[in-house]
Structures are given as structure tokens and as C-alpha cells.
Design a protein around this ligand. Structure first.
Ligand code: SF4
Ligand code: SF4
Ligand code: SF4
Length: 365
């Protein structure tokens, strides 16, 4: 990995360094492809302004005072940057806030309306050179597999973080957006046939998506219906690796998803956390019909001696369980030592990840 000069005056270098200070990470690569990506997304003055924002967000009044810029000029600039997916905007009881957005998930996902083949090829080049370093190698991981609830043995207690429907029921706002990874692959003619509008966003404040350019606000029932659609299609639920306050439920395919690609193509086995569960087979009930085999996107099932055989690297998504006509499959709890408890919430996640990465997140707070 290249080291970038801390004294650089280049707005793109400054922004890249700032984004790498976010616990998610945005590591530099030797030939500067990471800077080419930022140049595609930001004008120089936008890059500089974005690099001055804080992670928790500030009101225009506070920002204008801190940055010594007129409030109306700042509002105009930041509202345009929000439309371009360069900064985060949210509202709470204290009003509208502007915040620094992590690179992934964040800035890249928010390019969905502007994205084109040029940016996708730059990102592909960046993936190959960085091989998901920091983003997919730091602890705690960003993503976690959420099992299909109906696949879990009925007598088992299920933690709320292991239940997609509970994540939806606990939220106060819901939204739907296109899957960035499938749009990304579509722009290089490599997209699969899975449904595309299945990324469910959730937030713990009301009306959180009313002003979004990328996410359409939906009702709780619609969010549950999208979840069912994803489940029926055989997509794998994933979310942020936290115990509460989940901001999204992704519905992933292993072919397009950049997280699964990090495991399969870049050799990053810890890119996500497996669910707390693992597949269990009732051999006496299995007829060897093979229905489950094609359903596992990770190709972990096969028929041996007329019975289903399960690979022990199963991630516990439960997708295969739903198609078994004999009810021979179910998810059971993993051994205690294999279960990785998620951080309590996003703040604990950030602090733990910053601590492990030996970075000081307080510079961005
Ligand atoms: S993580 Fe999964 S659902 Fe989310 S954008 Fe990527 S493939 Fe789509
Ligand atoms: S065998 Fe495959 S589809 Fe079934 S739970 Fe495991 S990873 Fe998911
Ligand atoms: S779908 Fe069920 S019955 Fe058929 S092979 Fe798989 S486990 Fe056995």
C-alpha cells in the first residue's frame, strides 16, 4: 500500500486520507487509482469541503461558524453535493445535518444515479489493486449474514440481530433502493438475473428517506413484502454487523455482491460474519431429490449416496432450507466458540474498529 503525504495540498489526497480515517477505511493504492475515483466523483473544491465534514454531522449554523463560511453559500454547495452522493444529510429534532460519508458503504453506493462504465472500471481496478484491504480485513467486519427466520429450528431463541423482519419492525423509516453491486455489474454487461430493487434501508427516525435521491420511502409493510420477494428469489440477507440500529438489509447474490467477491476473488475470508446458525440435515427425512443443491449460492451442497451432504463452511443463510420438500433441513445454533457477537450499535462498532485499526476516530467527531 502506498503512503500518502500528510502535508499534501492536493484536495483529493486530503479527502482520501480523511476517508481512510473513517473506521470503514479507504486505503491508498500505489498507482493512485483511489485518487482517480475521487476525481471522477468530486470537483477539487467539493473534495476539500467534504474532507472538512465530521462523521456525526453538524447543522449549517455550526458548520458555517466552524468553517468561517457564509451559511447560504455553504447550504447551496452542500445541498448540491448531497444530490451528487458526496455527503450525508439527515434530519433530527435539532434540524438538518450535513455529515462526512464513508467511502463504502456510502459514497460509492450513492453514485448509483451517476455511475457509468468509466467509474465501474476504475472501481474494478481499485478492487484488484487493494484486494479489499482494510475494508474487508479489519475487525469487526462491516457485514453480517442474517438467516431466513423460517429456516431456524422453531425451539431456538433468536436474537433480534438475527431476524430481518425484527430489524424492519424496530425501525421508524423504511426505504428501497437499487442494489449497487448489480447495477455495477450491469454497467460492464455482467449482471445476473436476480431482482435489482431489493436493498431495504431502515432508520430509527421518522421520515428519514423523504429527501433522498437514491432511496424511495416505503411503508413497513412494503419493506416486509420486499424482504419476502428477496427470500423467494433465493437472495442472502446481510446487514451491518451490529446488534441494534441496523441501517439496511441487503439481499445479496454471490455473483455480483462486492462483499462475497472479496471472499471468493480477493481471498478475504473475514469480509463478513457468518450467521449464528449452521445447516443441519435430518438424514432419515432426506430423499436425495437435490432441490436444495442449486439453491445454495455458495455451492456447499451436493448429493452423495442418495443423500444431501453439507459442507461445514456453511454461512447459515437458510436459503436452501425453504425449498426442501421433506423438511429435512433446518438451521441450528453453531458451537458457542464459533459465534461472533456483534457490537452493541454503530457507535460501538466504530470505536472497536477504530481501536483495532489504531486510528483516532475522534479527529472526525
Ligand atoms: S451488498 Fe448485496 S444487496 Fe447490497 S448492494 Fe451489494 S449485492 Fe446488492
Ligand atoms: S448450505 Fe448454502 S444455502 Fe444452505 S444455509 Fe448454508 S450457505 Fe446457506
Ligand atoms: S431438498 Fe431436502 S430432501 Fe431434497 S436433497 Fe435436499 S435435503 Fe434432501
Amino acid at each position: 500500500m502506498a503512503k500518502v503525504s500528510k502535508r499534501s495540498n492536493d484536495p483529493y489526497v486530503i479527502l482520501a486520507e480523511t476517508l481512510n480515517l473513517v473506521p470503514n477505511g479507504f486505503p491508498a493504492v500505489e498507482d493512485g487509482t483511489h485518487l482517480k475515483i475521487l476525481k471522477w466523483i468530486f470537483k477539487p473544491e467539493e473534495a476539500l469541503l467534504a474532507s472538512k465534514l465530521k462523521l456525526p454531522g453538524e447543522t449549517i449554523k455550526k458548520l458555517s461558524k466552524r468553517l468561517k463560511m457564509p451559511a447560504c453559500e455553504l447550504t447551496e454547495k452542500l445541498d448540491l453535493m448531497f444530490k451528487k452522493g458526496q455527503v450525508r444529510v439527515f434530519r433530527n429534532k435539532k434540524g438538518k445535518h450535513y455529515a462526512l460519508l464513508p467511502f463504502v458503504p456510502g459514497i460509492y453506493e450513492d453514485q448509483i444515479n451517476r455511475n457509468n462504465k468509466e467509474l465501474v472500471l476504475l472501481m474494478e481496478d481499485y478492487f484488484k489493486k487493494s484486494r479489499g484491504d482494510i475494508v474487508f480485513t479489519s475487525d469487526p467486519p462491516i457485514f453480517r449474514v442474517i438467516p431466513v427466520k423460517q429456516a431456524i429450528k422453531t425451539d431456538l431463541k433468536v436474537h433480534p440481530h438475527s431476524e430481518a423482519a425484527t430489524i424492519i419492525l424496530n425501525a421508524k423509516s423504511w426505504g428501497i433502493r437499487k442494489c449497487t453491486c448489480r447495477v455495477h455489474q450491469g454497467l460492464i454487461d455482467n449482471r445476473c438475473e436476480y431482482p435489482i430493487s431489493v436493498c431495504i434501508e431502515t432508520w430509527n427516525e421518522e421520515n428519514a428517506f423523504d429527501f433522498s435521491n437514491t432511496t424511495k420511502p416505503i411503508t413497513m409493510q412494503e419493506a416486509l413484502d420486499y424482504l419476502k420477494e428477496a427470500q423467494d428469489a433465493g437472495l442472502i440477507h446481510t446487514s451491518m454487523n451490529v446488534a441494534s440500529g441496523h441501517p439496511y438489509i441487503c439481499n445479496c447474490c454471490t455473483c455480483c455482491c462486492n462483499v462475497f467477491r472479496a471472499v471468493n476473488e480477493f481471498g478475504r475470508p473475514n469480509a463478513f460474519v457468518k450467521s449464528d446458525y449452521i445447516l443441519s440435515l435430518d438424514e432419515t427425512a432426506c430423499s436425495g431429490c437435490g432441490e436444495c443443491v442449486d439453491r445454495c449460492q455458495l455451492k456447499l451442497l451436493e448429493i452423495k449416496d442418495d443423500k444431501c451432504a453439507v459442507d461445514d463452511t456453511c454461512i447459515g443463510c437458510g436459503v436452501c432450507v425453504l425449498v426442501c420438500p421433506e423438511e429435512a433441513l433446518s438451521l441450528v445454533l453453531r458451537k458457542a466458540k464459533e459465534i461472533k457477537r456483534p457490537p452493541k450499535n454503530l457507535i460501538f462498532w466504530m470505536l472497536r474498529r477504530a481501536f483495532k485499526r489504531k486510528i483516532n476516530p475522534f479527529k472526525l467527531i
